[in-house]
Structures are given as C-alpha cells and as structure tokens.
Design a protein around this ligand. Structure first.
Ligand code: SAH
Length: 205
C-alpha cells in the first residue's frame, strides 16, 4: 500500500508515508472486509459511512503540511483511521463525528493502538471545536455545499483547511484554503467523492 502511495500516487511527505506504514488499516474495517483493508479503495463501515481510500487519506494529510508541533482538527472521524494517521504526524488531534456509535468506536480503536494524542467527540463538526482553537490545520472528511465559515474562523493565520466542496451531494472538488491576515487563498486539488457533510454549515439531511 505504501509503495503504491509513493510510486503511483506521488505522495512525497515521508512523515505521512511512515504514518500510513505504522497504522494497521485492517483494525479499522469490518471483520468481513479485513482481507481488502490494504486495497486501493474506500470500504463501507457502519452507519452507511465509508473509510476513505488510502490515497485520499495520504493526500489530504500531506496537504495539511503538519508536523509534531501541529494542532489539528478533523471533522468526520468515521472509523478513526484518518484520525490515527493524523495523530502519528501531528502533536495533538481533535476529531468530531456526528454519529455517536462511530465516535465511540473510533476512540476505542485509537486507544487500543496506544495513541494518546487524539480525542474524538460527538457533535456537529461544521461548527468547529472553538474550545481548542485556533488550529494549524483542519481536515474535513465529508463533502458539503460550501466552506463552513466557523472552520475558517478557527484556523491560525497561514493555517490550512482541506475540505471537499460540491454543488451536488455525490461529487466534490478537493479544496485547500490557506488563511491570510485579511481573508484566505483557495486552491483546487481535483475531483473526489465523499459521503455528505450533514450539519448547520453542511447539507441539512
Ligand atoms: N476519514 C474517515 C472517513 C469517514 S466518512 C475514515 O477514514 O474512516 C465521513 C464521516 O463524516 C462519517 O462518519 C459521517 O458520519 C461524518 N460526518 C458527516 N457530517 C458530519 C458533521 N457535521 N460533523 C461530524 N461528522 C460528520
């Protein structure tokens, strides 16, 4: 899996590749699908949600440009796999998941791997997590109709927000926002397909 990320998908950040090497992806997928855990695809998890394709996890992590000093916010913990990868690279990770059972399971899996710098809570992540703001980087793992404003507000100046944005619920563009002193810069990093971001600053259902 890691060779494919490096050679085919051109992931260059060694910290990201090392994190992907060290986190056992099979521990985050349903038992019946564990044989496919290291394939080049997303997989279903409970609650009609998905664990993202390894390439997407690596690419989004790389776009955050984080290191062991970084404080990171994640929206959409899902299985907790992306959370665990972020925790290997960053200093501290705060993650939000709107489905309570997923949030609980994600936190349990992370603890079982002896990762202590990631916290998963259940609420609407489109509001951000103001108590721990500002963040060096924010990753949104579900696709909404626009950029949730509270997330931009909770970024440090020069901080990075990576978020799938699309007019339809089925497909999005992967957008990176870099906050500036007066506003933000926006970059397009190509097409993608995430499950819907549901909340006050996302889709309504
Ligand atoms: N990176 C995850 C992918 C999870 S799929 C993984 O590797 O497993 C996206 C997740 O976003 C789903 O679990 C969904 O429930 C969650 N989600 C959608 N809208 C949300 C919101 N407003 N706040 C928090 N989580 C949300």
């Amino acid at each position: 899996m890691v060779e494919r990320l490096r050679d085919h998908y051109q992931i260059r950040d060694e910290k990201v590749l090392e994190a992907m090497r060290s986190i056992p992806r099979h521990a985050f997928v349903p038992e019946a699908l564990q044989g496919r855990a290291y394939g080049d695809h997303a997989l279903p998890i409970s609650g009609s949600q998905t664990i993202s394709q390894p390439y997407i996890v690596a690419r989004m992590t790389e776009l955050l440009e984080i290191n062991s000093e970084s404080k990171v916010l994640e929206i959409g913990a899902g299985s907790g796999y992306q959370t665990a990868v972020l925790a290997k690279v960053a200093g501290q990770v705060y993650s939000i998941e709107r489905i309570a059972s997923l949030a609980r399971e994600a936190q349990d899996r992370i603890r079982q791997l002896n990762i202590y710098n990631a916290t998963v809570k259940c609420f609407d992540g489109t509001l951000g997590w103001a108590a721990n703001a500002p963040y060096d980087a924010i990753l949104v793992a579900a696709g909404g109709p626009g950029i949730p404003e509270p997330l931009v507000a909770q970024l440090k100046v020069d901080g990075r927000l990576v978020v799938p944005v699309g007019e339809s619920r089925e497909s999005q563009r992967l957008v990176r926002i870099i906050k500036t002193a007066t506003g933000y810069k926006e970059e397009d990093h190509g097409g993608c397909a995430f499950v819907p971001l549901i909340g006050q600053h996302g889709w309504s259902t």
